[in-house]
Ligand binder design. Sequence first.
Ligand code: COI
Length: 355
Amino acid sequence: ASSLQEVSKPSASSPSNGDEYADVDWDNLGFGIMPTDYIYMMKSSEDGSFEKGQLNRYGNIELAPAAGVLNYGQGLYEGTKVYRKGDGRLLLFRPDQNAIRMKMGADRLCMPCPSIHQFVDAVKQVTLANKRWTPPPGKGTLYIRPLLMGSGPILGIAPAPEYTFLIYTSPVGNYFKEGFAPLNLYIEEEFHRASRGGAGGVKAITNYAPVLKPITRAKSRGFSDVLYLDSLHKKNLEEVSSCNIFLVKGNTISTPATSGTILQGITRRSIIEIASDQGYQVEERAVPVDELMDADEVFCTGTAVGVAPVGSITYQGKRIEYNIKAQSVSKELYDILEGIKTGLIEDKKGWVVEI
Ligand code: COI
């Protein structure tokens, strides 16, 4: 007995390129949840394998009160975005990388995981089923949110007896309310995002509730998000709650190495590759917080966030300001990445999957 909501009829007054569109104010998308038509669901069978999933109408799901995910946080999430091309085709960006990352996370959290093929196929199915919710070109994207969770009941601390793989979607615009305006970050010294040996390097859902307190505090003081330091030395940069971080100094671009406490962002890896192709020297290493002082430019990367320039960072009561130039390195890299994702620049890397 699930409470499924009625699917609204497509609006007659939608942008026309031969496709139907849902009745959405496409010019004012933020990063909020909007129910779409379908979700994808696949439950593990008794031997723990995933065999057959299905599209269900969007709606609430049922969970046992003792579900592993509810009690012990046995869960992972992923995020990827779908772009609509001018000709109506839909473009996915490196969905296999999300599948691979989910596999790594599933291993860390003792969960069985759909195969890469099953994952990508499910993303394609749910994307096509919700096509009318994919914003017109240039107005935003359809955000795809895969989840993997211990859905079976368990009382002692142990892997759950059953797992659910689920995907829902939502049309989105900019993640930050700042839009394309530079971010103002706050460096947190009291709280840390992850510690050595923990699960900071995978997309465990349990990495996100602990950042709510520092984010809420920072936002109430006017900051966009929080930048965390390593929990051991409180000296090296880690990442922002919602994205990875990069520093530019001359021709060198540096980003903290992902050695277990930092999320292996797909945008992060794509930007590293694009920057190397463009002739920058890219360094993945420990980046001391002091290097922020004389960086030419700082920017953030993430699926939800995209490539976002940083305008200021506040650390120990001092505000470091960055001069945002029209021709910045982050803009150069953003334009290339966005061009590939939207089909405007030829994809020579096999990153884009057209459906
Ligand atoms: C994403 O970039 O998709 C994330 O996982 C981050 C979250 C801030 C929405």
